[in-house]
Design a protein around this ligand. Structure first.
Ligand code: K80
Length: 482
Protein backbone atom coordinates (compact mmCIF):
# COMPACT_ATOMS: atom_id res chain seq x y z
CA UNK A 1 0.00 0.00 0.00
CA UNK A 2 2.85 2.33 0.78
CA UNK A 3 4.27 1.89 -2.69
CA UNK A 4 2.40 4.90 -3.97
CA UNK A 5 4.02 7.11 -1.36
CA UNK A 6 7.50 6.23 -2.50
CA UNK A 7 6.98 7.14 -6.11
CA UNK A 8 8.01 10.58 -7.25
CA UNK A 9 5.57 12.73 -9.20
CA UNK A 10 7.35 11.83 -12.42
CA UNK A 11 7.08 8.13 -11.72
CA UNK A 12 3.44 8.61 -10.89
CA UNK A 13 2.91 10.38 -14.17
CA UNK A 14 4.43 7.44 -15.98
CA UNK A 15 2.15 5.08 -14.06
CA UNK A 16 -0.76 7.34 -14.95
CA UNK A 17 -0.05 7.19 -18.65
CA UNK A 18 0.79 3.52 -18.70
CA UNK A 19 -2.53 2.90 -17.02
CA UNK A 20 -4.02 4.64 -19.97
CA UNK A 21 -5.78 7.66 -18.55
CA UNK A 22 -7.19 9.46 -21.51
CA UNK A 23 -6.76 6.87 -24.16
CA UNK A 24 -9.31 6.97 -26.90
CA UNK A 25 -11.83 4.48 -28.00
CA UNK A 26 -10.63 2.44 -30.88
CA UNK A 27 -13.24 1.64 -33.48
CA UNK A 28 -11.11 -1.11 -35.00
CA UNK A 29 -10.97 -2.94 -31.72
CA UNK A 30 -14.74 -3.14 -31.25
CA UNK A 31 -15.68 -6.63 -30.15
CA UNK A 32 -18.71 -8.29 -28.69
CA UNK A 33 -17.49 -9.91 -25.51
CA UNK A 34 -20.24 -10.61 -23.00
CA UNK A 35 -19.69 -8.38 -19.99
CA UNK A 36 -21.62 -8.19 -16.75
CA UNK A 37 -20.15 -4.82 -15.87
CA UNK A 38 -19.52 -3.19 -19.24
CA UNK A 39 -20.85 0.05 -20.73
CA UNK A 40 -24.41 0.82 -19.68
CA UNK A 41 -25.30 2.13 -23.13
CA UNK A 42 -23.80 2.76 -26.54
CA UNK A 43 -24.08 6.35 -27.68
CA UNK A 44 -24.76 9.58 -25.91
CA UNK A 45 -27.26 10.24 -23.17
CA UNK A 46 -30.05 12.39 -24.58
CA UNK A 47 -31.96 13.36 -21.41
CA UNK A 48 -32.28 16.98 -20.29
CA UNK A 49 -29.64 16.96 -17.50
CA UNK A 50 -27.08 15.58 -19.95
CA UNK A 51 -28.08 18.12 -22.61
CA UNK A 52 -27.58 20.82 -20.01
CA UNK A 53 -24.15 19.38 -19.23
CA UNK A 54 -23.24 19.28 -22.92
CA UNK A 55 -24.21 22.91 -23.34
CA UNK A 56 -22.26 24.34 -20.37
CA UNK A 57 -19.12 25.07 -22.39
CA UNK A 58 -17.23 26.49 -19.43
CA UNK A 59 -16.83 25.17 -15.90
CA UNK A 60 -14.76 25.92 -12.82
CA UNK A 61 -12.76 23.39 -10.80
CA UNK A 62 -11.89 24.08 -7.18
CA UNK A 63 -9.10 22.23 -5.39
CA UNK A 64 -9.14 23.08 -1.74
CA UNK A 65 -8.01 21.24 1.33
CA UNK A 66 -5.39 21.27 4.08
CA UNK A 67 -2.64 21.14 1.43
CA UNK A 68 -3.42 24.83 0.89
CA UNK A 69 -1.73 25.58 4.23
CA UNK A 70 1.84 24.50 3.31
CA UNK A 71 1.18 25.77 -0.23
CA UNK A 72 3.97 23.70 -1.78
CA UNK A 73 6.57 24.40 0.89
CA UNK A 74 7.68 22.61 4.01
CA UNK A 75 10.46 23.40 6.40
CA UNK A 76 11.80 26.07 4.09
CA UNK A 77 12.00 23.65 1.16
CA UNK A 78 10.24 24.00 -2.18
CA UNK A 79 8.12 21.10 -3.38
CA UNK A 80 8.25 20.91 -7.16
CA UNK A 81 5.29 18.56 -7.50
CA UNK A 82 1.60 19.43 -7.50
CA UNK A 83 0.82 21.16 -4.18
CA UNK A 84 -2.08 18.81 -3.32
CA UNK A 85 0.41 15.91 -3.43
CA UNK A 86 2.83 17.35 -0.88
CA UNK A 87 2.04 14.60 1.61
CA UNK A 88 3.65 12.06 -0.73
CA UNK A 89 6.92 14.04 -0.74
CA UNK A 90 9.82 12.86 1.38
CA UNK A 91 10.48 16.49 2.33
CA UNK A 92 7.35 16.54 4.47
CA UNK A 93 6.74 13.98 7.24
CA UNK A 94 3.30 12.34 7.09
CA UNK A 95 2.78 13.21 10.71
CA UNK A 96 3.23 16.91 10.04
CA UNK A 97 0.76 16.72 7.17
CA UNK A 98 -1.78 14.72 9.11
CA UNK A 99 -1.88 17.41 11.81
CA UNK A 100 -2.38 20.33 9.45
CA UNK A 101 -6.15 20.14 9.86
CA UNK A 102 -5.72 21.43 13.41
CA UNK A 103 -4.66 24.73 11.84
CA UNK A 104 -7.26 24.87 9.08
CA UNK A 105 -9.10 28.09 9.78
CA UNK A 106 -9.81 29.95 6.54
CA UNK A 107 -10.97 33.23 7.98
CA UNK A 108 -11.21 34.91 4.59
CA UNK A 109 -13.41 32.20 3.06
CA UNK A 110 -16.53 33.66 1.50
CA UNK A 111 -18.56 31.16 -0.50
CA UNK A 112 -20.73 33.86 -2.02
CA UNK A 113 -17.70 35.79 -3.25
CA UNK A 114 -16.28 32.66 -4.92
CA UNK A 115 -19.60 31.91 -6.56
CA UNK A 116 -19.98 35.48 -7.74
CA UNK A 117 -16.51 35.39 -9.27
CA UNK A 118 -17.35 32.10 -11.02
CA UNK A 119 -20.52 33.68 -12.37
CA UNK A 120 -18.53 36.62 -13.71
CA UNK A 121 -16.06 34.20 -15.27
CA UNK A 122 -19.00 32.74 -17.17
CA UNK A 123 -18.81 29.27 -15.60
CA UNK A 124 -22.01 27.26 -15.86
CA UNK A 125 -20.86 24.51 -13.53
CA UNK A 126 -18.38 23.94 -10.75
CA UNK A 127 -16.54 20.82 -9.61
CA UNK A 128 -15.52 21.02 -5.95
CA UNK A 129 -13.07 18.74 -4.14
CA UNK A 130 -15.01 17.21 -1.26
CA UNK A 131 -12.04 14.96 -0.42
CA UNK A 132 -8.68 14.64 -2.17
CA UNK A 133 -6.19 11.75 -1.88
CA UNK A 134 -5.18 12.85 1.65
CA UNK A 135 -8.66 11.86 2.85
CA UNK A 136 -9.49 15.22 4.46
CA UNK A 137 -13.21 15.93 4.15
CA UNK A 138 -14.48 19.46 3.56
CA UNK A 139 -17.87 18.34 4.85
CA UNK A 140 -18.54 17.02 8.37
CA UNK A 141 -18.66 13.33 7.45
CA UNK A 142 -20.09 11.00 10.04
CA UNK A 143 -17.74 8.24 8.94
CA UNK A 144 -14.37 9.71 9.86
CA UNK A 145 -12.95 12.26 12.27
CA UNK A 146 -10.68 13.66 9.59
CA UNK A 147 -13.08 16.41 8.57
CA UNK A 148 -13.74 20.11 8.64
CA UNK A 149 -15.80 19.61 11.82
CA UNK A 150 -12.60 18.94 13.74
CA UNK A 151 -10.72 22.00 12.50
CA UNK A 152 -10.84 25.37 14.24
CA UNK A 153 -13.09 26.51 11.37
CA UNK A 154 -15.69 23.80 12.11
CA UNK A 155 -18.31 24.92 9.56
CA UNK A 156 -19.38 22.81 6.58
CA UNK A 157 -17.54 24.19 3.56
CA UNK A 158 -19.22 21.99 0.98
CA UNK A 159 -22.62 23.05 2.29
CA UNK A 160 -21.70 26.72 2.03
CA UNK A 161 -20.34 26.31 -1.51
CA UNK A 162 -23.27 24.25 -2.76
CA UNK A 163 -25.67 26.88 -1.48
CA UNK A 164 -23.71 29.84 -2.85
CA UNK A 165 -23.15 28.37 -6.32
CA UNK A 166 -26.72 27.16 -6.51
CA UNK A 167 -27.88 30.67 -5.72
CA UNK A 168 -25.83 31.95 -8.67
CA UNK A 169 -27.43 29.39 -10.96
CA UNK A 170 -24.16 27.46 -11.34
CA UNK A 171 -24.59 23.67 -11.33
CA UNK A 172 -22.61 21.82 -8.66
CA UNK A 173 -20.54 18.66 -9.21
CA UNK A 174 -18.62 16.97 -6.44
CA UNK A 175 -15.04 15.76 -6.89
CA UNK A 176 -14.35 12.64 -4.82
CA UNK A 177 -11.04 10.80 -4.57
CA UNK A 178 -11.16 7.03 -4.22
CA UNK A 179 -7.54 7.09 -3.00
CA UNK A 180 -7.71 7.88 0.72
CA UNK A 181 -4.37 8.01 2.52
CA UNK A 182 -6.14 8.54 5.83
CA UNK A 183 -8.25 5.38 5.88
CA UNK A 184 -6.58 2.22 7.17
CA UNK A 185 -8.54 0.10 4.74
CA UNK A 186 -7.47 1.94 1.60
CA UNK A 187 -5.01 -0.13 -0.45
CA UNK A 188 -3.55 0.39 -3.90
CA UNK A 189 -3.38 -3.38 -4.32
CA UNK A 190 -4.67 -6.38 -2.42
CA UNK A 191 -1.94 -8.84 -1.56
CA UNK A 192 -2.78 -10.49 1.75
CA UNK A 193 -6.03 -11.73 3.24
CA UNK A 194 -5.83 -8.90 5.72
CA UNK A 195 -5.62 -6.43 2.83
CA UNK A 196 -8.81 -7.92 1.48
CA UNK A 197 -10.64 -7.77 4.81
CA UNK A 198 -9.53 -4.19 5.40
CA UNK A 199 -10.50 -3.20 1.87
CA UNK A 200 -14.04 -4.45 2.48
CA UNK A 201 -14.25 -1.94 5.34
CA UNK A 202 -12.92 0.76 3.01
CA UNK A 203 -15.51 -0.10 0.34
CA UNK A 204 -18.32 0.25 2.84
CA UNK A 205 -16.80 3.54 4.05
CA UNK A 206 -16.60 4.86 0.48
CA UNK A 207 -20.20 3.88 -0.19
CA UNK A 208 -21.34 5.51 3.05
CA UNK A 209 -19.55 8.74 2.25
CA UNK A 210 -20.98 8.96 -1.24
CA UNK A 211 -24.51 8.30 -0.03
CA UNK A 212 -23.91 10.84 2.69
CA UNK A 213 -22.80 13.48 0.17
CA UNK A 214 -25.80 13.00 -2.10
CA UNK A 215 -28.14 12.97 0.90
CA UNK A 216 -26.68 16.15 2.36
CA UNK A 217 -26.40 17.94 -0.99
CA UNK A 218 -29.33 16.85 -3.15
CA UNK A 219 -28.65 19.81 -5.50
CA UNK A 220 -25.62 17.85 -6.76
CA UNK A 221 -25.77 17.35 -10.53
CA UNK A 222 -22.93 14.89 -10.81
CA UNK A 223 -19.82 13.28 -9.36
CA UNK A 224 -16.25 13.68 -10.65
CA UNK A 225 -14.20 10.70 -9.48
CA UNK A 226 -10.43 10.55 -9.27
CA UNK A 227 -7.83 8.05 -8.07
CA UNK A 228 -9.53 5.00 -9.59
CA UNK A 229 -6.47 3.56 -11.29
CA UNK A 230 -5.27 1.30 -8.46
CA UNK A 231 -5.27 -2.45 -8.98
CA UNK A 232 -7.40 -2.81 -5.83
CA UNK A 233 -10.17 -0.60 -7.24
CA UNK A 234 -9.95 -2.08 -10.73
CA UNK A 235 -10.81 -5.49 -9.27
CA UNK A 236 -14.15 -4.20 -7.85
CA UNK A 237 -16.29 -4.22 -10.99
CA UNK A 238 -19.41 -5.62 -9.36
CA UNK A 239 -19.24 -3.40 -6.28
CA UNK A 240 -18.67 -0.21 -8.32
CA UNK A 241 -21.39 -1.20 -10.78
CA UNK A 242 -23.89 -1.54 -7.93
CA UNK A 243 -22.69 1.65 -6.27
CA UNK A 244 -22.98 3.56 -9.53
CA UNK A 245 -26.58 2.37 -9.86
CA UNK A 246 -27.41 3.19 -6.27
CA UNK A 247 -26.05 6.73 -6.59
CA UNK A 248 -27.91 7.30 -9.85
CA UNK A 249 -31.13 6.19 -8.18
CA UNK A 250 -30.61 8.76 -5.44
CA UNK A 251 -30.50 11.68 -7.88
CA UNK A 252 -32.26 11.11 -11.19
CA UNK A 253 -30.16 12.42 -14.05
CA UNK A 254 -26.93 12.27 -12.02
CA UNK A 255 -23.88 12.61 -14.25
CA UNK A 256 -20.79 10.46 -13.71
CA UNK A 257 -17.79 10.40 -16.03
CA UNK A 258 -15.73 7.49 -17.30
CA UNK A 259 -13.24 7.59 -14.41
CA UNK A 260 -15.31 5.55 -11.98
CA UNK A 261 -16.20 2.02 -13.02
CA UNK A 262 -13.87 -0.76 -14.04
CA UNK A 263 -15.31 -3.51 -16.25
CA UNK A 264 -15.15 -7.26 -15.57
CA UNK A 265 -11.52 -7.32 -16.71
CA UNK A 266 -10.40 -4.19 -14.89
CA UNK A 267 -10.55 -1.98 -17.99
CA UNK A 268 -11.07 1.68 -17.26
CA UNK A 269 -12.92 4.38 -19.27
CA UNK A 270 -13.69 1.93 -22.09
CA UNK A 271 -14.80 -1.63 -21.53
CA UNK A 272 -13.35 -4.72 -23.19
CA UNK A 273 -15.54 -4.02 -26.22
CA UNK A 274 -14.28 -0.47 -26.58
CA UNK A 275 -17.49 1.12 -25.31
CA UNK A 276 -17.30 4.00 -22.89
CA UNK A 277 -18.45 3.41 -19.31
CA UNK A 278 -20.07 6.47 -17.74
CA UNK A 279 -21.66 9.52 -19.28
CA UNK A 280 -18.68 11.36 -20.73
CA UNK A 281 -15.01 10.71 -21.35
CA UNK A 282 -13.07 11.91 -18.35
CA UNK A 283 -9.55 11.35 -19.60
CA UNK A 284 -8.61 14.79 -20.87
CA UNK A 285 -6.68 16.11 -17.91
CA UNK A 286 -4.26 18.98 -18.66
CA UNK A 287 -4.42 18.00 -22.31
CA UNK A 288 -6.92 18.21 -25.13
CA UNK A 289 -7.83 16.42 -28.31
CA UNK A 290 -6.74 18.10 -31.55
CA UNK A 291 -9.25 16.55 -33.89
CA UNK A 292 -12.84 15.38 -33.75
CA UNK A 293 -11.66 11.85 -34.57
CA UNK A 294 -9.94 11.68 -31.17
CA UNK A 295 -13.28 12.32 -29.47
CA UNK A 296 -14.92 9.23 -31.00
CA UNK A 297 -18.38 10.72 -30.79
CA UNK A 298 -18.37 10.88 -27.00
CA UNK A 299 -19.15 13.70 -24.63
CA UNK A 300 -15.99 14.82 -22.82
CA UNK A 301 -14.54 17.42 -20.49
CA UNK A 302 -11.07 18.89 -20.30
CA UNK A 303 -9.88 19.91 -16.84
CA UNK A 304 -7.02 22.41 -16.95
CA UNK A 305 -4.60 24.07 -14.57
CA UNK A 306 -3.52 27.70 -14.97
CA UNK A 307 0.16 26.99 -14.24
CA UNK A 308 1.76 23.88 -15.68
CA UNK A 309 0.72 21.39 -13.02
CA UNK A 310 -0.74 22.85 -9.86
CA UNK A 311 -4.27 22.10 -8.71
CA UNK A 312 -4.11 22.88 -5.00
CA UNK A 313 -2.61 26.18 -3.83
CA UNK A 314 1.13 26.47 -4.44
CA UNK A 315 2.42 29.82 -3.23
CA UNK A 316 5.26 29.80 -5.75
CA UNK A 317 4.13 29.04 -9.28
CA UNK A 318 7.12 28.29 -11.48
CA UNK A 319 7.25 27.64 -15.18
CA UNK A 320 4.73 28.89 -17.68
CA UNK A 321 1.49 30.43 -16.41
CA UNK A 322 -1.20 30.46 -19.07
CA UNK A 323 -2.47 33.80 -20.33
CA UNK A 324 -6.15 34.65 -20.71
CA UNK A 325 -5.91 34.29 -24.49
CA UNK A 326 -4.38 30.83 -24.15
CA UNK A 327 -7.19 29.81 -21.81
CA UNK A 328 -9.82 31.28 -24.10
CA UNK A 329 -8.33 29.36 -27.02
CA UNK A 330 -8.50 26.12 -25.02
CA UNK A 331 -12.12 26.86 -24.14
CA UNK A 332 -13.06 27.54 -27.75
CA UNK A 333 -11.15 24.50 -28.97
CA UNK A 334 -12.97 22.30 -26.45
CA UNK A 335 -16.37 23.63 -27.52
CA UNK A 336 -15.42 23.32 -31.21
CA UNK A 337 -14.68 19.64 -30.56
CA UNK A 338 -17.91 19.04 -28.63
CA UNK A 339 -16.41 19.15 -25.13
CA UNK A 340 -16.52 21.30 -22.00
CA UNK A 341 -13.57 23.24 -20.62
CA UNK A 342 -13.08 23.31 -16.84
CA UNK A 343 -10.61 25.81 -15.41
CA UNK A 344 -9.03 25.07 -12.05
CA UNK A 345 -8.70 27.42 -9.08
CA UNK A 346 -6.69 26.61 -5.94
CA UNK A 347 -7.57 28.99 -3.10
CA UNK A 348 -5.03 29.53 -0.33
CA UNK A 349 -5.17 28.39 3.29
CA UNK A 350 -7.12 31.45 4.36
CA UNK A 351 -9.75 30.99 1.67
CA UNK A 352 -8.50 33.73 -0.65
CA UNK A 353 -8.44 33.20 -4.38
CA UNK A 354 -4.99 34.32 -5.47
CA UNK A 355 -4.63 37.51 -7.47
CA UNK A 356 -3.34 35.77 -10.62
CA UNK A 357 -6.49 33.63 -10.74
CA UNK A 358 -8.76 36.56 -9.98
CA UNK A 359 -7.19 38.55 -12.80
CA UNK A 360 -7.56 35.72 -15.31
CA UNK A 361 -11.15 35.08 -14.21
CA UNK A 362 -11.88 38.72 -14.91
CA UNK A 363 -10.18 38.70 -18.31
CA UNK A 364 -11.85 35.49 -19.47
CA UNK A 365 -15.15 36.72 -18.00
CA UNK A 366 -14.92 39.97 -19.91
CA UNK A 367 -14.28 38.07 -23.12
CA UNK A 368 -17.23 35.82 -22.35
CA UNK A 369 -19.52 38.80 -21.84
CA UNK A 370 -18.97 39.80 -25.46
CA UNK A 371 -18.49 36.40 -27.09
CA UNK A 372 -20.30 33.71 -25.10
CA UNK A 373 -22.89 33.44 -27.87
CA UNK A 374 -20.28 31.31 -29.66
CA UNK A 375 -19.75 29.16 -26.52
CA UNK A 376 -22.98 28.37 -24.66
CA UNK A 377 -25.14 25.71 -26.30
CA UNK A 378 -22.48 25.40 -28.99
CA UNK A 379 -20.51 22.50 -30.38
CA UNK A 380 -18.77 21.00 -33.37
CA UNK A 381 -19.45 22.19 -36.91
CA UNK A 382 -18.53 19.68 -39.58
CA UNK A 383 -16.62 22.12 -41.81
CA UNK A 384 -12.93 21.82 -42.55
CA UNK A 385 -10.89 23.57 -39.88
CA UNK A 386 -9.00 26.66 -41.05
CA UNK A 387 -5.83 28.26 -39.70
CA UNK A 388 -7.53 31.46 -38.46
CA UNK A 389 -9.24 29.59 -35.61
CA UNK A 390 -12.32 27.51 -34.85
CA UNK A 391 -15.88 27.09 -36.04
CA UNK A 392 -18.61 26.53 -33.49
CA UNK A 393 -22.33 26.17 -34.02
CA UNK A 394 -25.30 26.64 -31.74
CA UNK A 395 -26.98 23.26 -31.26
CA UNK A 396 -30.41 24.85 -30.93
CA UNK A 397 -30.47 27.71 -33.46
CA UNK A 398 -27.83 26.23 -35.84
CA UNK A 399 -26.22 29.67 -35.97
CA UNK A 400 -22.56 29.39 -37.00
CA UNK A 401 -19.50 31.19 -35.69
CA UNK A 402 -15.88 31.72 -36.58
CA UNK A 403 -13.76 32.35 -33.51
CA UNK A 404 -10.57 34.02 -34.71
CA UNK A 405 -7.23 33.57 -32.94
CA UNK A 406 -4.82 34.03 -35.86
CA UNK A 407 -5.71 37.04 -37.99
CA UNK A 408 -4.41 36.44 -41.53
CA UNK A 409 -2.02 39.18 -42.64
CA UNK A 410 -3.85 39.15 -45.98
CA UNK A 411 -7.13 39.87 -44.24
CA UNK A 412 -8.63 36.93 -46.12
CA UNK A 413 -10.51 34.27 -44.15
CA UNK A 414 -11.22 31.01 -45.93
CA UNK A 415 -14.42 29.10 -45.21
CA UNK A 416 -15.20 25.77 -46.84
CA UNK A 417 -18.75 24.67 -46.29
CA UNK A 418 -20.54 21.45 -47.11
CA UNK A 419 -22.08 20.78 -50.50
CA UNK A 420 -24.98 23.07 -51.26
CA UNK A 421 -24.34 25.34 -48.30
CA UNK A 422 -23.34 28.87 -49.23
CA UNK A 423 -22.16 31.68 -47.00
CA UNK A 424 -24.66 34.50 -47.43
CA UNK A 425 -23.68 37.00 -44.79
CA UNK A 426 -20.81 37.46 -42.32
CA UNK A 427 -20.62 40.07 -39.58
CA UNK A 428 -18.79 40.71 -36.34
CA UNK A 429 -20.61 39.48 -33.26
CA UNK A 430 -19.76 42.69 -31.40
CA UNK A 431 -20.53 44.90 -34.40
CA UNK A 432 -23.43 43.40 -36.39
CA UNK A 433 -23.73 46.55 -38.48
CA UNK A 434 -20.40 45.84 -40.16
CA UNK A 435 -21.08 43.36 -42.93
CA UNK A 436 -17.98 41.75 -44.41
CA UNK A 437 -17.51 41.12 -48.11
CA UNK A 438 -17.70 37.53 -49.29
CA UNK A 439 -16.17 36.15 -52.47
CA UNK A 440 -17.09 32.71 -53.70
CA UNK A 441 -14.10 31.04 -55.36
CA UNK A 442 -15.33 27.62 -56.35
CA UNK A 443 -17.58 24.95 -54.95
CA UNK A 444 -18.22 25.55 -51.28
CA UNK A 445 -15.21 27.82 -50.75
CA UNK A 446 -15.77 31.39 -49.63
CA UNK A 447 -13.23 34.11 -48.96
CA UNK A 448 -14.21 36.67 -46.37
CA UNK A 449 -12.43 40.01 -46.25
CA UNK A 450 -11.65 41.59 -42.93
CA UNK A 451 -8.67 43.91 -42.75
CA UNK A 452 -9.44 46.76 -40.38
CA UNK A 453 -6.95 49.53 -39.70
CA UNK A 454 -6.92 48.63 -36.04
CA UNK A 455 -6.66 44.91 -35.67
CA UNK A 456 -8.48 43.42 -32.70
CA UNK A 457 -6.06 42.59 -29.93
CA UNK A 458 -8.15 39.76 -28.61
CA UNK A 459 -9.80 36.73 -30.14
CA UNK A 460 -13.10 37.75 -31.72
CA UNK A 461 -16.16 36.18 -33.28
CA UNK A 462 -17.67 36.42 -36.76
CA UNK A 463 -21.23 35.23 -37.30
CA UNK A 464 -21.99 33.33 -40.50
CA UNK A 465 -25.38 33.15 -42.10
CA UNK A 466 -25.93 30.46 -44.72
CA UNK A 467 -28.55 29.78 -47.36
CA UNK A 468 -29.80 26.77 -45.42
CA UNK A 469 -29.23 25.01 -42.17
CA UNK A 470 -27.11 21.97 -42.27
CA UNK A 471 -28.82 18.95 -40.84
CA UNK A 472 -26.59 18.02 -37.97
CA UNK A 473 -27.93 14.48 -37.88
CA UNK A 474 -25.77 13.96 -40.97
CA UNK A 475 -22.79 14.56 -38.76
CA UNK A 476 -21.05 11.23 -38.34
CA UNK A 477 -19.28 12.46 -35.24
CA UNK A 478 -22.33 13.24 -33.14
CA UNK A 479 -22.88 9.59 -32.28
CA UNK A 480 -20.25 6.92 -31.84
CA UNK A 481 -20.10 4.46 -34.69
CA UNK A 482 -21.78 1.23 -33.65
C1 K80 B 1 -3.57 12.42 -9.62
C2 K80 B 1 -2.51 11.64 -10.09
C3 K80 B 1 -1.76 12.09 -11.16
C4 K80 B 1 -0.63 11.25 -11.67
C5 K80 B 1 -2.08 13.28 -11.78
C6 K80 B 1 -3.13 14.05 -11.29
C7 K80 B 1 -3.89 13.63 -10.22
C8 K80 B 1 -5.01 14.42 -9.69
N1 K80 B 1 -6.07 14.68 -10.67
C9 K80 B 1 -6.29 16.10 -10.75
C10 K80 B 1 -7.70 16.45 -11.14
C11 K80 B 1 -5.83 16.59 -9.42
O1 K80 B 1 -6.77 16.33 -8.42
C12 K80 B 1 -4.57 15.79 -9.25
O2 K80 B 1 -4.07 15.82 -7.94
Amino acid sequence: MKILYHLTQIQLLIVFFVLGVGYGQSDEKRTNITLKYGAERIGKRTDQPMQDWRNYGLGQFIHWGVYAIPGGHWDGKYYAGAAEWIRSWKGMPNEAYDNLYKEFNPKKFNANAWAKQAKELGAKYVIITTKHHDGFCLWPSEYTDYTIANTPYKKDIIGALVEAYDKQGIDVYLYFSIIDWNHFGYKSKLVTDKDRTDYEVFKEFTRNQLIELLTRYPETKGLWFDGTWDAAWKAQASYVYDLDKELREMIPGLIIGSRFRPDDYGNRHFDANGNMMGDYEQGWERKMPNTIEEVHGNDWDCVMTIPENQWGYHSDWRGHVKTSNELIEMLVKAVALDGNFVLNFGPDGLGTIRKEETKLAKQVGEWMKVNSTAIYNCGYLDWEKQDWGYFTTNRITQEKYMVVFNQPISGVYTVKTKKGVSVEKVYLLDNPGLELSIEKTYNNEFLIQYNPENHPEEPFVMVIETNKDQNNSDNQYLQPKI
